[in-house]
Design a protein around this ligand. Sequence first.
Ligand code: F3S
Length: 280
Amino acid sequence: MEVKRASVLGFCFGVRRAVEYAEKALEDYSGKKVYSLGPLIHNEIVLQNLKNKGLEILSEDELEKVEAKSVVIIRAHGVSPDVTKALEDKDCVIINATCPRVNANQITVQKASSKGKTIILTGDSNHGEVKGVAGYAQGKFILLENEADALSLPEDDGEAILLSQTTFSPVQFEKISQIVGQKYKNLKINNTICPATKERQDSLIDLCSRVDGVLVIGGKNSANTIRLFQTAQKNCPHAAHIQSAEEIPADFFAFERVGITAGASTPDVIIEQVEKALTK
Ligand code: F3S
């Protein structure tokens, strides 16, 4: 059997960096409490490994459980300034693993809203990144989750800036920008969608045409992995979403060419294990 990898797969830059920061913090501060606010990564295997090394995962609503003078890792999604302030008040060591792309959005929002501009963000209201970025808005802030939200906006002459959660759908963003552009006369559109998702999608589509089946490796609750799986289902006669080598469906071992891709939170070691299991 021939195993072909998608040309871009697995960890994105921001997630890789967050996991590296966590591993280093667990070593540097061994003996101290080390927390992350929210799961650092949407991958159970990596999370369990970090938990085994001592990482305690709390949600952002559990700030009161953070012990004073402990170590807290801010994940790639970032947090709002209120959260940072609460941690500083507790004298915590803050390891900031906010992805630079998310941080750029936080800075844009802070600067634009300090000049009195309206901030319009496309994204999912429950997403940690959106809550964090929203926290940087000092004045008028509007969250648009879909086109219907955009259509319900009243017309406005004021200055506004439209930007996006880094993992938002590019197609949706395009549609929403057009609607908002008709309502706001002084609108600056900043497409801040991270190319990591598109790169993985594009290379998967290319891969699908060259193999008999595609294995999409990643957490069952990882949104970008689920989207990759949906693309694989559309573009390849056989597709399966697996979390580890043990879950490879039996029929894949009979194929001549198997393609592999992986979500942005899937570690290299799991990709290698799947590859090995197919070829042994
Ligand atoms: Fe950052 Fe893009 Fe990953 S915004 S966390 S590199 S998906």
